[in-house]
Design a protein around this ligand. Structure first.
Ligand code: PLP
Length: 388
């Protein structure tokens, strides 16, 4: 059966070039990058090379890159490392749980966190950021691109507000890196998180940019790896892969591949909306990463759509998460003002570098008929006389 994968915001497949780059570091190039002999020097050089590539993608110095185990660790390092008990922190209500739950932990340990709302399009108002500032505000953490809707936040404006106020600014760019320009100087941030597996490197590796001169408390203690900012023997194959993926991502952005991806995404979005009534885009009319569209379909259950499409070979995801056995509507979509039933009936389609025009045709052939069939079966839907 043909299978098409449109869930690249969950994870992306390894690019063959990335796999080839990391492969030697599983076997013949196995040295500990801290060893002074040949084997260690070989892996040290590979790690530093990868650091240069990551730095080039972010427009920063190599020494400002701290490799981590992924986006979650990068976010936690930024939040817990830049703020401490007693500090005031500003974040948004639509952050990934890696940021939200790190902030919740700060909240429980003597800090105060302000969770800013978003408007119906999923945007944080920079004016709200300014109004939330207090004399004890230490850190602002606002994501660059939302993982569910792809909506891009006005991070440059927020960066300017942070600079004027003398407050640290962290942005979670896990879903933005490689899809849009992520130059830290333009953003004006002190810390920025990225994750390998969202940009065609493997799961289990990421990085945090930490601006030179910014004091950061490590999450855990051990050796002096990563300039004492992240202890632990380096995941050399993962780091090499992240470096290669960053290099490929930068080259693709320089070529303008993001515009091709946006065109595919727009064709998918418009094609579905032209064929399905009572549907809409979550995050319409605002800048989004080119990979993502999130659509709500009235009178239907998102889980049912995902399962039905999966049975036909199309992998997508819902705007809902399973927590303690119950299907909870997405906190992001609820924060944007969707009703719980609309949030549960939302589907995220996310493209990757491997996505082709044929894949989009495949999805366009499947989605409208699947929605129509499920609506026919749904007790919530009576043609012309919607029950909700
Ligand atoms: N931040 C965002 C916006 C994400 O989408 C994700 C993963 O979905 C993370 C952080 C966590 O990254 P990782 O899976 O590498 O821990």
């Amino acid at each position: 059966m043909r299978r098409v994968y449109l869930d690249n915001n969950a994870t992306t497949p390894l690019l063959p070039e990335v796999f080839e780059a990391m492969r030697p570091y599983f076997a013949e190039r196995f040295g500990n990058a801290s060893s002074i002999h040949h084997h260690g020097q070989e892996t040290r050089a590979a790690v530093e090379n990868a650091r240069e590539s990551a730095a080039e993608l972010l427009g920063c110095r190599a020494s400002e890159i701290v490799f981590t185990s992924g986006g979650t660790e990068a976010d936690n390092l930024a939040i817990s490392g830049l703020a401490k008990g007693g500090d005031h922190v500003i974040t948004s209500s639509i952050e990934h749980h890696a940021v939200l739950h790190a902030c919740r932990h700060l909240d429980e340990t003597g800090s105060e966190v302000t969770y800013l709302p978003v408007d119906g399009r999923g945007l944080v108002d920079p004016g709200d950021v300014r109004r939330a500032l207090r004399p004890d505000t230490k850190l602002i953490s606002i994501m660059m691109a939302n993982n569910e809707t792809g909506v891009l936040q006005p991070v440059e404006e927020i960066g300017r507000i942070a600079a004027e106020a003398g407050v640290l600014f962290h942005t979670d760019a896990v879903q933005a890196a490689g899809k849009v320009a992520t130059e830290v100087v333009r953003i004006g941030c002190h810390a920025l998180s990225i994750s390998g597996h969202k940009m065609h490197a493997p799961q289990g590796v990421g990085a945090l940019y930490v601006k030179k001169g910014t004091r950061i408390q490590p999450l855990f203690y051990g050796g002096r790896h990563e300039r004492s900012r992240r202890a632990g023997t380096e995941n050399v194959p993962g780091i090499v892969a992240l470096g290669k993926a960053a290099e490929l991502a930068k080259a693709a952005l320089d070529r303008g591949d993001d515009k091709k991806m946006a065109a595919l995404r727009d064709r998918l979005e418009q094609g579905i909306l032209a064929q399905v009534d009572e549907a809409g885009v979550n995050g319409r009319g605002v800048p989004r990463v080119p990979s993502t569209t999130n659509l709500h379909f009235e009178h239907i259950d998102g889980e049912a759509i995902v399962i039905a499409l999966d049975l036909k070979g199309l992998a997508v995801s819902t705007g809902a998460a399973c927590s303690s056995g119950a299907i909870e509507p997405s906190h992001v979509l609820l924060a944007m003002g969707l009703r719980p039933d609309q949030a549960r009936a939302s589907i995220r389609f996310s493209l990757g570098k491997q996505t082709t025009a044929d894949d989009i045709d495949f999805a366009l052939a499947l989605v409208p008929e699947t929605i129509a069939r499920l609506r026919e079966l749904s007790p919530l839907y009576k043609k012309g006389t919607a029950v909700i």
